[in-house]
Write a protein that binds this ligand. Structure first.
Ligand SMILES: *Cc1c(COP(=O)(O)O)cnc(C)c1O
Length: 357
């Protein structure tokens, strides 16, 4: 085993010396991070949604995303994004968002686009139109305009290359936008910028056209193991927060509401949560001071918490811990029993002495 690894290492050292053709920055030093290799760090898909899994790096992920968002002119609260496993995944995600915004949209991409773009078209069963390129490798906007006019009835989803794989050509984003607007596609297009290769370099090139969310683009992705030279494949994906943002917020509310309901029941407190709702109904706390402190709205023998985007798992935990602690004093040693609220929440949700089990 040790021999196999040593041979492999020698071959990697030798091959690293003679490496020119692929866009990977092999010049990195990540020693400081090696101490973190002993942990199963996992952000479970969305750095903005809290979960019970504590071995995560969400604070760092969000820090990285904030940096990229600013690079492309979006404020903290205007974007959603995540660290992907590569530039390919960023393209798959960006094009998917485009298709969600325009379900019947046609995907346009220049012939020199990365194969992951055409793979996305097949995966999502989208109509895909290949656009010619200039000798430089840039998208040919004359051909693009002609093809748009052939499909005037369908919205357009466009992959714009910030650095093509083979020729390193940067598509003219401004001309793409102008072509779309001139062809009558105003407000009927979605632009994904594939910045896997140069997305991170163009902001630092003075004469380069700016990739910026001040322009009508929907998403940008970059590859993390190319210019940055991350030792394992990774990437960054940033999308404008539009209704996708709302969708995320809604999902967060529903998830946190489930969390609250489950924890209430685990603590032996009667609770109900309707399927499409983020309102958790539970037994009215016996102490009016507690009710006032948490500003609970009560009706008869029930109370509720309405989980909105600002209600975090942390806040719910504080609330639950206090409630559980206080409740022991309210119903101590069976002197006084917890109330039956089956009439309000149904027998299956009631955990009074009669209905529990
Ligand atoms: C490399 C590359 C990709 C894919 O990035 P990976 O991180 O290798 O998945 C996508 N688009 C372009 C233009 C690329 O050069």
């Amino acid at each position: 085993m040790a021999g196999v690894l040593a041979r492999y290492r020698r071959s990697l050292v030798e091959r690293t010396k003679h490496h020119l053709g692929y866009p990977y920055n092999l010049d990195f030093e990540y020693g400081a991070l090696s101490q973190l290799q002993h942990f199963s760090i996992n952000n479970l898909g969305d750095p903005f949604i809290e979960s019970n899994y504590g071995v995560h790096s969400r604070q760092f992920e969000v820090g990285v995303l904030d940096w990229f968002a600013r690079l492309w002119d979006l404020e903290k609260d205007e974007y959603w994004g995540y660290i992907t496993n590569c530039g390919t995944e960023g393209n798959l995600h960006g094009i998917l968002v485009g298709r969600e915004v325009f379900p019947d949209g046609i995907l346009y991409a220049s012939r020199d686009s990365h194969y992951s773009v055409f793979k996305a078209a097949r995966m999502y069963r989208m109509d895909c139109v290949k656009v010619d390129t200039l000798v430089s490798g840039e998208i040919d906007c004359a051909d693009f305009g002609r093809k748009l006019l052939e499909n005037k009835d369908k919205p357009a989803i466009i992959n714009v290359n910030i650095g093509t794989t083979v020729k390193g050509a940067v598509d003219d984003l401004d001309l793409v936008i102008e072509t779309l607007e001139k062809s009558g596609f105003k407000d009927r297009f979605y632009i994904h910028c594939d910045g896997a290769l140069f997305g991170l370099m163009m902001p630092f090139v003075k004469q380069a056209p700016r990739v910026s969310f001040k322009k009508p683009i929907g998403s940008v992705s970059v590859s993390g193991h190319k210019f940055v030279g991350c030792p394992m494949p990774c990437g960054v994906q940033i999308t404008r927060k539009g209704y996708k943002g709302f969708q995320k917020e809604v999902q967060k509310c529903l998830r946190n509401a489930h969390y609250l309901k489950d924890r209430l029941k685990d603590a032996g407190i009667s609770a109900m949560l309707n399927e499409l709702s983020s309102t958790v109904v539970f037994e009215r706390p016996k102490d009016e001071e507690f009710v006032r402190r948490w500003q609970l709205a009560c009706e008869g023998s029930i109370s509720h918490v309405v989980v909105m985007p600002s209600v975090t798992v942390d806040k719910l935990d504080t609330f639950l811990n206090e409630l559980v602690e206080k409740r022991v004093t309210w119903y101590q040693e069976g002197k006084c029993q917890s109330p039956c609220i089956a009439a309000d929440v149904g027998q299956e949700n009631c955990l009074c002495t009669l209905h529990k089990t």
